[in-house]
Design a protein around this ligand. Sequence first.
Ligand code: ZN
Length: 205
Amino acid sequence: MYKRLCPFLFSLIIFCSCTAPIKTDSDILELNYPATLPVIRRADWGWQPLKRTLPTHAISKITLHHGGVDYPPGKDPVKYLRELQQWSRTEKKWIDIPYHFMIAPSGAIYEARPINYPGATNTDYDPTGHALICLIGNYENATVNQEQLQAIIEMTAFLAMQFYVPLYAIKGHKDYTETLCPGKNLYQYIENGTIQSRVQERLIK
Ligand SMILES: [Zn+2]
């Protein structure tokens, strides 16, 4: 019986593995946010599913970025995110938006690239192992408001707890390579330790 069944099963496995569509959504690591951290999930802002993936990574660092482009007051962040996703995939050939979380001027936090896939960069550092948080806008020019700073601290504290990231591994993009990112007006809060110390306060609560 088995002798007759096995070749059939074997060819079925070959057939299935050759014709099955590439299913990626189930590989995405979904995070459970506490009620105090109302992150807007991908499914709630029109994020388009991945068409391809990358080898996954384990988070050991948290790195802050800015968009690097002036952001007009009143611009709809959902429209911005949809356009950024489209541009990332078509122009840059990345799998998705380069960052894992995007923070709007209101302080609203949006999920972007799934956290278990390494981010992307136009510079020469390797983003493998980094959780990437991006403040939408250009913080060489704009100042960081209290809602944004609070959102950065809450998101960073959550990720630090979730992935056991030490405070010294919370840095800015410019700590890894030649770039202005995340802009001097955001970087000052990393350089003077404000973000790290306020994250620490949350970790010991
Ligand atoms: Zn950056």
